[in-house]
Ligand binder design. Sequence first.
Ligand code: RP5
Length: 165
Amino acid sequence: MERPLVGILMGSDSDLPVMRECAAVLEEFGIPYEMTISSAHRTPERTKEFVEEAEEKGTRVFIAGAGLAAHLAGFVAAHTVLPVIGVPLEAGPLKGMDSLLSTVQMPPGVPVATVAIGKAGAKNAAVLAAEILATEDATLREKLKEYRRRQAEKVTEKAEALKKG
Ligand code: RP5
């Protein structure tokens, strides 16, 4: 089996529909990943073990998505010096503002690269992970450039379609 370069964690199966978007982007780039459900609060030991084992297997970046008092990304960051990307998810009455602040406000010395709330953030977490891996992978850098080109093309096509009416 190909060694997973990215480890995706989420706090609950209720986070899965959004975090699947993250996995889909990694698949687009052909980046092997491993995905699990593990919580900072409900299964702290399991989360710690997942991080340690992933690191031993050769994982290079972690992505952690959680809602409410979203401490998962910070908890992962506390157990590794590999880069950790946090995805704040919308899971309650505060619509993700709670998870955004819980994820982004890390104390100095233990960073979490925090992306946008929800689906956009989940996708960007994968793109950012790809960019981190691409610092040492020229083929992946080309794939990222192509991804940007395709995005630009889509915008242009939509503008053309609008002009035509
Ligand atoms: C967080 O609590 C999870 O990441 C999820 O976003 C939220 C709600 O979890 P469930 O009650 O749906 O399991 O820990």
